[in-house]
Design a protein around this ligand. Structure first.
Ligand code: UDP
Ligand code: MG
Length: 140
């Protein structure tokens, strides 16, 4: 079993798509082992995306990610990291494959509904960014 970290981004929450997106995630075989609704500050959003600090879109990304509540989750499945990237689709929804979450629901490359970790190592770092050990519960 492998774990990945996802965030239903503020646009997902604003568009009342939390349920629709979690339905897609569960139907794809992922189990939710941790979940919360929270709101990032500019500081915590900046820290989460620190790897992109030098990129031209960083300021906008930090503004967007702190613009409203989000729903981080830890998901479990065999090959979770790579399989989840397939389920969410390309960063730019215009480039995403049919049926992917971003193709279905995202408006733009910036406001693209959902985050997915890009490696097993980063998944563990990102999971501990949002969740304490006792918040991670395998129920089935
Ligand atoms: N992003 C953006 N413009 C870009 C590339 C990325 O606004 O040209 C935002 C977008 O919200 C993306 C996030 O920055 O999801 C992180 O970028 P990354 O390249 O890691 O894409 P992801 O892993 O989310 O597909
Ligand atoms: Mg990324």
């Amino acid at each position: 079993m492998e774990r990945t970290l996802t965030i239903l981004k503020p646009d997902c929450v604003r568009k009342q798509l939390i349920g629709a997106v979690i339905d897609k995630i569960e139907r794809a075989g992922f189990r939710v082992v941790a979940m919360k609704k929270t709101r990032l500050t500019k500081e915590t959003a900046g820290e989460f995306y620190a790897v992109h600090r030098e990129r031209p879109f960083y300021g906008e990304l930090v503004e967007f990610m702190s613009s409203g509540p989000c729903v981080p989750m830890i998901l479990e499945k065999a090959n979770a990291v790579a399989d989840f990237r397939t389920v969410i689709g390309a960063t730019d929804p215009a480039q995403a494959d049919e049926g992917t979450i971003r193709k279905l629901y995202a408006d733009s490359k910036g406001e693209n509904i959902i985050h997915g970790s890009d490696s097993v190592e980063n998944a563990a770092i990102e999971a501990s960014f949002f969740f304490a050990a006792e918040e991670v519960v395998r129920s089935n």
